[in-house]
Design a protein around this ligand. Structure first.
Ligand SMILES: [Ca+2]
Ligand SMILES: [Ca+2]
Length: 391
């Protein structure tokens, strides 16, 4: 009984010292002595065998877990997922890290991939998305606010990577050329439009344009240039194979690909014409023609086959022969010329040059004709079109 009382006193002392320990109760006491043989009433309250063992272990092998090691002072990095150093947002900006994406915080344009740092409130500046009017070359632009996937083509002299970056469609030596250049050998689809896919179309077997004209309908193939142009040189290979009575097809540059019900486009063109039956002499010829913005047209040819001559100011041609035809417009003048393909120039009968009226800006290469009731049918081929033009 005396020992029992001593245990109770000892426990009270422990609690009084503020340590939450339940000495004696969890080591088998009060019914037997402690494992070290010490009587309970002389045992120091705060030194248990287990504590002593733990202290010895601490001395022998200090705890070295990572949580206890103070982090070394690493320099700010652009990959540490923290905004530090000169960064204006997490891991970007400040001149030491890559420029920030749209919407990230910035202090100046140099902090932004777009180059544009703008205020969204009185206290906050963020990187803005690239635009075609921000005065900075950004996004996919090849020069300031032009070129690339989203902006208009660049004018002559500006930087480019491909023809599509240029107003003219011509990127020469990484700079846009002032010249509009286009060429097509019809081996690939360059985006021509046709009003009649079986009457005038790219023949994918032979890689040329097969055309046939019918008096009852407009048949036109057209290609839209990237920008308006005025002066031009248009070259193409041409052959006709058949015609019934009078028939014609026009090749040229026009302000619109629609000749309406008229034969002519508004623009400048070469007319390939076959005077037909019922006449004493037949003229198969090319001449120059234009129709101005008032609808008035001007032609180089003079005289008709049925007047007893084959006419003047034309280039005589024959069926089944390939010709290389060249139509040039310069200022107020236009002229057509032709050579047998790979051979000699064909001497025109007189001058094919004409003075032009008020021609609106040009936009299209056109092949074809409107519907004209008294011109029946003809057919042939066109290949290797090339245009050089000035905006
Ligand atoms: Ca960082
Ligand atoms: Ca821009």
């Amino acid at each position: 009984m005396l020992r029992h009382i001593a245990v109770v006193v000892s426990s009270a002392l422990v609690i009084g010292c503020g340590q939450v320990r339940h000495q004696g109760l969890d080591s088998g006491w009060p019914d037997g002595p402690a494992s070290d043989g010490q009587p309970a009433d002389v045992r120091p309250a705060d030194v248990r065998p287990a504590d002593a063992r733990a202290d010895r272990a601490d001395q022998a092998a200090p705890d070295t877990t990572a949580a206890d090691i103070p982090a070394p002072d690493l320099p700010p990095a652009c990959t540490d997922q923290q905004q530090n150093g000169a960064e204006t947002d997490v891991d970007c900006g400040g001149g030491t890290c890559p420029a920030c994406a749209d919407g990230k915080t910035c202090k100046a344009g140099m902090d932004c991939a777009s180059g544009i740092c703008q205020s969204v409130s009185s206290a906050k500046l963020t990187c803005a998305a690239a635009s075609c009017i921000d005065g900075v070359q950004n996004g996919s632009e090849t020069d300031v606010d032009c070129g690339g996937a989203k902006c208009a083509g660049c004018p002559g002299g500006k930087k480019c990577k491909a023809g599509t970056d240029c107003q003219s469609g011509a990127c020469v030596g990484k700079a846009c050329s002032n010249m509009i250049t286009f060429s097509d050998d019809f081996s690939t689809d360059k985006g021509w439009t046709t009003t009649h896919p079986t009457g005038i179309y790219r023949d994918t077997t032979n890689n040329w344009v097969a055309w046939s004209i019918n008096q009852q309908e407009t048949r036109v193939m057209s290609f839209q240039l990237p920008t308006l142009f005025t002066d031009f040189v248009l070259e193409y290979d041409f052959r006709y194979d058949s015609h019934t009575n009078n028939c014609a097809i026009h090749v040229g540059a026009a302000s619109s690909p629609d000749p309406g019900s008229d034969a002519f486009f508004t623009g400048v063109e070469a007319v390939h014409y076959w005077f037909g039956g019922g006449c004493s002499a037949q003229a198969h010829a090319i001449w120059t023609n234009s129709q101005d913005s008032t609808g008035a047209y001007t032609s180089s040819h003079a005289g008709y086959v049925c007047s007893g001559s084959i006419g003047t100011n034309i280039i005589p041609i024959s069926s089944g022969t390939w010709y290389r035809v060249k139509l040039e417009r310069s200022g107020g003048q236009a002229v057509v010329s032709a050579s047998v393909l790979g051979g000699a120039p064909v001497s025109p009968l007189g001058s094919t040059a004409i003075s032009l009226g008020s021609i609106p800006p040009l936009r299209y290469i056109v092949i074809g004709r409107g519907s004209v009731s008294d011109w029946p049918t003809c057919s042939g081929l066109i290949d290797n079109i090339k245009l050089e033009a000035t905006p």
